[in-house]
Design a protein around this ligand. Structure first.
Ligand code: NI
Length: 175
């Protein structure tokens, strides 16, 4: 098992920054992916984007059953949503947004294209939670958090709460 990375949390600026296209998949990329996977499973979470561990490359990992014995890691590099439709409301949380969860409305179906960790092109069609997960992670790569999808009021309330937490010496609980 790889070493885990520290998961950065809002309002860390790297989370609000658009990530760069990966031009070259090399040994360092593989190391980063293994570390991201270990970090996601340890959290545990169902998805993680590279900027959540401080790396601004368009790489994400996901596994919809991270606690199962038969884990099945997926890796997407340079993912793009090429089609979306439908509508789903789902209660989202994020490893980088401590102590907050909220209903977010998104398309319920997405078609995503990218490459896997070996550079092979992949096309993924995802529905429901899978679609939510991919959109949430691709948002990360664009410097967007699920907070940006909630109402202004809810976001303002969270920012206020976070300010108080940070004043007290930082949030202690991790989702
Ligand atoms: Ni997230």
């Amino acid at each position: 098992m790889s070493e885990t990375y520290k998961i950065l949390t809002y309002p860390e600026s790297v989370l609000l920054t658009k990530s760069d296209v990966v031009e070259n998949i090399d040994e360092d990329t593989q190391k980063l992916i293994d570390g991201m996977a270990a970090t996601m499973y340890a959290a545990p979470g169902i998805g993680l984007a590279a900027n959540q561990v401080g790396n601004l490359q368009r790489i994400l990992v996901y596994d919809l059953s991270p606690q199962d014995k038969d884990r099945n890691l997926s890796v997407l590099i340079n993912p793009e949503i090429v089609h979306s439709e439908g509508k789903i409301e789902y209660e989202e949380g994020c490893l980088s947004v401590v102590d907050f969860a909220s209903e977010v409305t998104r398309p319920s179906y997405v078609k995503v294209q990218g490459v896997d960790r070996h550079g092979n092109p992949v096309t993924i069609e995802a529905e429901d939670l899978f679609a939510v997960c991919l959109q949430h992670e691709i948002d990360h790569l664009n410097g967007v958090l699920f907070l940006d999808h909630v109402s202004t009021l809810k976001r303002a309330m969270y920012k206020k709460k976070l300010k108080k937490m940070l004043k007290k010496g930082g949030p202690v609980t991790k989702l």
